[in-house]
Design a protein around this ligand. Structure first.
Ligand SMILES: Nc1ncnc2c1ncn2[C@@H]1O[C@H](COP(=O)(O)OP(=O)(O)OP(=O)(O)O)[C@@H](O)[C@H]1O
Length: 499
């Protein structure tokens, strides 16, 4: 058993590394034994050369983690540098992250009682962090860890920020930090700044992730997710297709996923919501999730083999590059930093985009609607905002077959609650448009345009992969990627203008 009050040495020889149990954008996590106490621990080995953050930020993360004292937040016992790697010693969470668990055994998500418990424990962690002036900034299923007794802990302070920070740290809050699918709209809008309410948005996205097995828009490449988050109505649970979930769960999610951050509830308020009042203790609802599963490291190994096998099937110009890109994206990539204004400005230079963007029908927009912008906390379909008027363009460039099931499903909210014909909204109309303009994901749009402007200013990912493999590989089929060499990037220029 771990003990927060005991001292752990900074001598790597005191730790016996056993199996690998996880990997993140810049870290590998090992199951290990702390020899002096014969105690299981987790060793997170952060590659300092691959790390986006500067050493000061890393030190800060380690410092925050060591000061943590809450049963729902993973603390670090100590940290030290070993051969250009920072080792962070933590309690071992024997069942790994919710993300891994879903990938292994619950691809369609968990049952509501487990979700309620996991989310409630996560909220307690956020409550603690917010009260101590920290914004987590990377709340997602991959950062919610589970122990065999059902204990739930929030981890990974790689991108956390202090609300009281000034100077560079404060300024960094005007950049993108987090993981695209989970990032709040205000985090993605350059210059607007954000506060602890960004964690509430990510929490809402995490709720959807736990309910469906994946985050909304997770099949799309990161830059697309970014603009969809800004432009589309917020995602949510669908009254019809998600009927197995309770009304109070749906309401709670809708409260979190309000675009206007001032209208999102605080953690404190959220904890008082009926959904959490009725949540079961995690030892009842969470523990049973892994009752019949093999040990964590066996599951992780199996997942790695599966990922590797899938990648081997694909034809890639650089298998290694693609492998990195795929795994980064699937896990959710943290710590982004790109210039959306520049992206939009470049997009607006493409005359063809403007032509296409003009005169979009409201019906087309409903295709992407998943729930209303819940600023009044009701679950009715939102009257479409004019700023969503170009959503359909996204569809055209991707092609209807690329719409994830969940998003098609979400589209039915509009269908269910308006008089619009399901076929028109759901597929027919969009398909017709795609045929009309003849532009789907496999066809070039504006030959010769380059993506150079869209490169992030910095970012650990980009030290290791090309922008093209990053942007395109996650959702596009390899065949379409490489049939049109040099034209792939144009898909990205065909984004809505003037957003
Ligand atoms: N204390 C722990 N006990 C058991 N497994 C852990 C522990 N910490 C992390 N893991 C596993 O390792 C994975 C990666 O860890 P972590 O998220 O800290 O890495 P990262 O590089 O910071 O990730 P990210 O991609 O979010 O930046 C987690 O998703 C989880 O499955």
């Amino acid at each position: 058993m771990g003990s927060g009050s005991r001292n752990y040495s900074a001598n790597p020889n005191d730790y016996r590394l056993l199996e690998e149990v996880g990997y993140g954008a810049s870290a590998t996590v090992y199951h290990a034994i702390y020899i002096p106490y014969n105690e299981e621990v987790a060793v997170k080995s952060l590659d300092l050369d691959r790390c986006n953050s500067n050493f000061d930020d890393i030190r800060k993360e380690a410092q925050i983690m060591s000061l943590i004292d809450h049963r729902n937040v993973v603390k670090s016992y100590c940290s030290f540098v070993v051969d250009r790697k920072l080792w962070v010693i933590m309690p071992f969470m024997a069942q790994g992250s919710c993300l891994h668990l879903m990938k292994t055994a619950y691809p369609d998500g968990f049952e509501e009682d487990a979700i309620g418990s996991i989310l409630k424990e996560t909220l307690k962690a956020l409550d603690y962090l917010h009260q101590h002036g920290h914004i987590h900034r990377d709340v997602k299923a991959g950062n919610i860890l589970l122990d065999s007794n059902g204990e739930v802990k929030l981890s990974d302070f790689g991108v956390s920020a202090s609300m009281f920070d000034t100077g560079d740290r404060q300024r960094s809050r005007n950049t993108f930090v987090g993981t695209p699918c989970w990032m709040a709209p205000e985090v993605l809008q350059p210059g607007t700044g954000y506060n602890f309410k960004a964690d509430i948005w990510s929490f809402g996205i995490t709720a959807l992730e736990l309910a469906h097995g994946h985050a909304p828009f997770s099949k799309y490449p990161p830059m697309k997710v970014l603009l969809m988050t800004i432009q589309n109505a917020p995602p949510g649970l669908d009254y019809d297709r998600d009927r197995k979930f309770s009304k109070s769960f749906k309401e709670m999610v809708a409260m979190c996923l309000v675009k206007d951050q001032t209208k999102r509830p605080s953690v404190d308020k959220l904890l008082k919501h009926s959904f959490f009042k009725q949540a079961k203790p995690p030892e009842l609802s969470v523990k049973k999730l892994f009752a019949d599963l093999p040990p964590l490291w066996t599951r992780v190994k199996a997942l790695q083999l599966k990922d590797a096998a899938q990648l081997a099937l694909k034809r890639m110009p650089s298998a290694e590059q693609e492998a990195i890109s795929q795994s980064e994206y699937k896990r959710g990539v943290s710590a982004w930093n790109f210039d959306v204004d520049d992206l939009k400005a470049q997009a607006s230079l493409v005359q063809e985009d403007e032509d296409i963007a003009e005169g979009k029908e409201e019906e087309e927009n409903k295709f992407f609607s998943s729930s209303k912008d819940t600023s009044d906390s009701q679950l009715n379909v939102e009257k479409r905002n004019s700023d969503n008027s170009q959503q359909a363009d996204f569809m055209l460039q991707v092609g209807e077959n690329d719409v994830p099931q969940s998003d098609k499903r979400n589209g039915s909210i509009a269908e269910a609650t308006t008089s619009t014909s399901e076929k028109d909204v759901g597929t027919g109309k969009i398909k017709a448009q795609a045929v009309k303009v003849g532009k789907t994901q496999s066809g070039p749009l504006v030959p010769g345009t380059v993506l150079g402007h869209y490169l992030p200013e910095r970012g650990r990912l980009f030290e290791r992969m090309s922008i093209l493999s990053l942007l395109l590989s996650p959702s596009l089929e390899p065949t379409s990627l490489h049939q049109h060499d040099g034209s792939i990037c144009q898909h990205w220029l065909w984004w809505p203008v003037g957003a």
